[in-house]
Design a protein. Structure first.
Length: 386
């Protein structure tokens, strides 16, 4: 019976051998996947540092300008694309706890981000309304095309008063466009259409009582740095999700600080994490923005955008000149009016060339955030959930 005994023992041994090989193969794959993930995470953090380091070193005359905000959004979308790519490489891990919980929380935060992107878009509409008044003032007081008479001064004075009241109203109550509930994600003809599927956004139902500051504070309050065991259990994905969540929150904070928003403000309480290698530019950016907000002539501003400061300065100077004007106008006053009109025209031109591209960039960023959320929910197998 030797052959029978031999056959009886050969099958368990073969099965055992296959099990050993399978386990070893899985261990090797896991180790390779871990090493690959660590490399991806290190590269992600280096890229975050590089992008925001460049932003933090902007010269004073460029910092918080329309062009700088454009660069900020470019940096953000670059980070998000890297983030999305790493998630796509970890589909299996994302479907398991605890990684799925961290990813789900991130995609929930994306809804709050959409609201704020919509609010800043409304802020650009507010600036466009200011611009119309500025153009009336510049046209009325343009001495190169006509003599300035009492009629022109009255027209300029009325436009200045209307603009001052409008800007004061925006400081007190936020964007005058907020009640229109406009969204990047839909056309005007769909105003009454209900949301559908995973593209639903709370931004479709933002009311006049909505607050950018409260939304941001809520976002910041729920940001908790992952524990070491969570980082290990998720193969580093918990750290990735936290990093991207913080970047989203920080970029939104800058947008709300710079652009007129409903109930905007810079006094949002959040802590910049020190344990990550990418955070030093964020400390510098935060410090520069807070310093800017504390300047005497910026404390009550409608927004920290450089071009808004130029508007407020021009309006203040022009109001003083128009109020002081008496006929016949002195040559000195005519020259001051001419210089201020030129400065005002430059501001108007800057907005003409800068606002449309910035709005397109905001719209593109909004859609990328929404697309990343949709794709992420698909990865989690929850794309059909509300």
């Amino acid at each position: 019976m030797p052959s029978s005994d031999s056959h009886g023992y050969s099958m368990p041994f073969a099965s055992f051998r296959r099990s050993i090989l399978t386990i070893r193969s899985e261990q090797v794959y896991s180790e390779m996947n871990h090493d690959s993930n660590m490399q991806d995470l290190e590269l992600f953090q280096r890229q975050v540092f590089a992008r925001f380091h460049e932003l933090s070193l902007a010269k004073a005359d460029d910092f918080l300008s329309v062009s700088w905000i454009h660069k900020l959004l470019d940096a953000f979308t670059g980070c998000q694309e890297d983030f999305r790519a790493i998630l796509c490489k970890n589909k299996v891990l994302l479907s398991k706890p605890p990684a799925d919980k961290f990813a789900t929380e991130y995609f929930d935060r994306a809804i709050k981000a959409m609201d704020i992107f919509n609010a800043t878009r409304d802020g650009l509409e507010t600036i466009r309304l200011w611009q119309k008044h500025l153009e009336i003032i510049a046209c009325a007081l343009d001495s190169n095309s006509k003599m300035i008479g009492e009629g022109q001064l009255r027209r300029a004075r009325k436009a200045l008063m209307d603009l001052a009241l409008l800007m004061l109203d925006d400081k007190d109550t936020g964007s005058v466009f907020s009640h229109r509930n406009r969204s990047f994600g839909r056309k005007g003809k769909d105003h009454h259409r209900g949301p559908s599927g995973h593209s639903r956004s709370l931004s479709w139902s933002v009311s006049h009582t909505w607050s950018a500051s409260k939304q941001l504070q809520s976002f910041a309050n729920n940001l908790l740095s992952p524990r070491a065991n969570e980082v290990t259990a998720t193969n580093g994905l918990a750290m990735l999700v936290f990093s991207m969540s913080f970047i989203v929150m920080f970029v939104l904070w800058i947008l709300v600080a710079a652009i007129p928003c409903q109930d905007r403000g810079v006094q949002i309480h959040f802590a910049i994490p020190r344990q990550f290698p990418w955070t030093s530019p964020f400390f510098l950016l935060h410090s520069r923005i807070m310093d800017e907000s504390k300047k005497r002539d910026r404390r009550n501003s409608s927004g920290l955008l450089k071009e808004i400061y130029e508007i407020e300065k021009c309006v203040h100077q022009m109001t003083d000149l128009v109020d002081a004007a008496q006929f016949p106008l002195s040559e000195e006053l005519k020259e001051e009016l001419r210089e201020n009109v030129e400065e005002l025209s430059l501001v108007c031109q800057a907005f003409k060339t800068g606002l449309d591209p910035l709005e397109r960039k905001l719209r593109d960023t909004f859609r990328k955030v929404m697309s990343c959320r949709t794709e992420g929910l698909d990865l989690l197998g929850k794309a059909t959930e509300p």
